[in-house]
Design a protein. Structure first.
Length: 173
């Protein structure tokens, strides 16, 4: 493993739905805060559609895009564009952590390479056109789970889970 940690950070509902028309199907401020806290100061690797869902670059983080389009021009300045996941991981190996932030196709490609999963499980089933891939949880160890009940700012309950791949260097943390 080149990069010390490859962390997939994602939120999905009970059907693994995670996006609709390029946007999240829910608004959960504490999950946004978790995402920001986790990724701040770190590089983020994402697909073209995920990048284009942002109105602008997220401050304090390096933005790297994975796109099959060799002539892709992002809507705002990014730190790098890659056409291949392996090439991206190899090029970004100098970072101690690399966050993979979506979308569905990128998660599918990166799941076998990930050392850590930061998953927000949203209670309920939402209309979605993008889904998180299946996870074989026998390969992972649950390290932390935080439950967030439904309240005036959160229309549904959710829980944030940290999973570490069994026998990965980060399992000892």
């Amino acid at each position: 493993m080149d990069t010390s940690e490859i962390i997939i950070i994602a939120a999905f509902d009970q059907n693994k739905g995670m996006g609709l028309n390029g946007d999240l199907p829910w608004h959960l401020p504490n999950d946004f805060r978790h995402f920001k806290t986790q990724t701040m100061g770190s590089p983020m690797l994402m697909g073209r559609k995920t990048l284009e869902s942002f109105p602008k670059a997220l401050p304090g983080r390096a933005h790297y895009v994975l796109s099959r389009d060799e002539n892709y021009t992002p809507p705002f300045q990014v730190d790098g564009i890659f056409n291949d996941l392996e090439d991206a991981i190899k090029t970004l190996k100098h970072y101690s952590k690399l966050y993979v932030i979506g979308g569905g196709q990128i998660y599918r490609q990166a799941l076998s390479k990930a050392t850590t999963l930061e998953i927000t499980r949203v209670q309920g089933i939402f209309e979605a056109d993008t889904f998180f891939p299946e996870i074989d949880f026998k390969e992972w160890k649950l390290m932390k789970k935080t439950i967030h009940p439904k309240d005036e700012r959160h229309p549904v309950s959710f829980q944030i889970e940290t999973w570490v791949k069994i026998n990965s260097p980060t399992e000892a943390i």
